[in-house]
Write a protein that binds this ligand. Sequence first.
Ligand code: FPP
Length: 233
Amino acid sequence: MRKVPVNLGIIMDGNGRWAKKRGLPRQAGHVTGAQVFRKITKYCEKCGVRYLTVYAFSTENWRRPQDEVNAIMNLLRQYLKESLSDFQQENIAVRFIGNREELAEDIRLLIEEAEQSTAHKTGMTLNIALNYGGQQEITAAARKLAQRVAAGELDAAAIDETMLEKALYTEDQPPVDLILRPSGEYRLSNFLIWQSAYAEYVFMDVLWPDFKEEDLERAFEEYARRDRRFGGV
Ligand code: FPP
């Protein structure tokens, strides 16, 4: 049996550069990026990955031009609508992580529907990070616990790493094993910063819209070669 990460995070980077290289608007890169996302998600499930988190939109991405933000949100709407019908045959439970309050109301409703209609699935859990930032996530978790302390329900001295971890968007999910970032950038960009404390990193030169199943296989091979010690010897 080959070693596949139980919990994988992917930073789908390079859509803009891919489009620029072809003289296309940045949005065209996101359209192709969304197709690759669907293909790779299904492939991860087939390979036996149990949790996959993809970075679709960060808390910082609102700074992009409005038409680009709209294009990404529209791709998401399209994906969510299709996933409610076509994707019913997939054995994937979809969840969203990030701050929902700032999202358009129709997207919020679609998210809830997608989560509810796939909650019973027994295969891979797909977390879509949307309006997500790791620092924002940890801050929200701290606030939640602080509110319980203020209400007299919780003793501050009882707060430990396990309790804080459970207050994150990812709740009871296991730690991240592998973070994959294509496009030649070597940064974490505020992605799963708590969950990836002991993760392995694989950076690849390929741009996300060019990313293929073979690239994922290469990343898994590299991961299988790593000697993970989790702070021990
Ligand atoms: C990073 O590339 C990509 C994004 C910020 C958006 C990712 C969105 C998608 C793949 C499509 C929508 C997602 C779903 C789940 C349907 P970049 O634009 O930063 O590329 P660059 O670094 O080359 O400019």
